[in-house]
Design a protein around this ligand. Sequence first.
Ligand code: PEP
Ligand code: MN
Length: 263
Amino acid sequence: KANRRFHEDDSVIDVGGVKVGGSNFMVCAGPCSVENEDDTVALAKQLKEAGANTLRGGAYKPRTSPYSFQGLGKEGLRILNVAKQETGLPVVSELMGTEHIDDFVEMVDVIQVGARNMQNFDLLKVLGQTNKPVLLKRGMSSTIQEWLMSAEYIMAGGNNNVIFCERGIRTFETATRNTLDIQAVPVIQKESHLPIVVDPSHAAGVRYLIPSMAKSAVTAGANGLQIEVHQDPENAWSDGQQCLTPAEFKDLMQHINLLVEME
Ligand code: PEP
Ligand code: MN
C-alpha cells in the first residue's frame, strides 16, 4: 500500500489541520523532552513565530540508560495540549508502548514511532487500527526496504496516514552521532507516495551541523524537517548538545523558507 504503484500522486496527510506531503512542507520543532508548562508554552510561541507548523515534545522517552530522565509521562501530553491551545500548533509525541494508545489518540495529533521501535510490530499493528497520523522514524540499523515494510504494517490495518522520518543510521563513522542518509529522501519518494521528513538533530547529535543538514534535506526534496529546539540547551534534560536555541532556529528558518519556495 505504501508503494507508488498503488498511488501515483504524492499523498497529502492532514495532521491536525496542517497538510504534509506534496508541496506542503512540515516544520516540526520543539524540545527533546517536555520539561514544564511555562517553558513549553513560551517556546511553542517562539517556534510558531519563527515558522514552525507543528510542535514536538517527548513525554515518554526511550533513553539508553534507565537512570536518565524518562519523561513526564501523561503530564507531558497535558502540557503539550496547553501549548497547542495557546498557539494552535498540532502536537507530535512519541508512543513507546501499546498500553498508552488511548491517551495518545486523544491527546496528540501525530504519534511518533521512535527509531528503537520501528520494528515493534505489535505497536505498528495497533497504530494501524487507528486513523492517527504516524511519524515513522527509521530504525538506526534498518534498511529502507525494512522501513517501507514497517509502514506497510500500519497501512495493512487501514491507517494510510504515515509520514517517514529519516533520523540517521549507524555507520562506522564516530565523528557524528549517526550518519544522515540524505539519499533516503529520493529513494523513499521513488518507492512510495508517502511524505518523508528529515530529522538532522538525531542524525548529527551536535548543534553545529543542524543548519547545513537541514538545508541539504530541503534541497534533496524532503517534505519537512523535525528539529530539536530548547530555550537553554546547556541545561536541557535530554539531547541538549544537539538542540538549537530559539534564535538559531529562527535564523535557520529564514534560509529554509527561501529554499522551500525555490523547490
Ligand atoms: C526523539 O525524537 O527524541 C528520539 C528519541 O528520536 P529517535 O527515535 O529518532 O532516536
Ligand atoms: Mn531527542
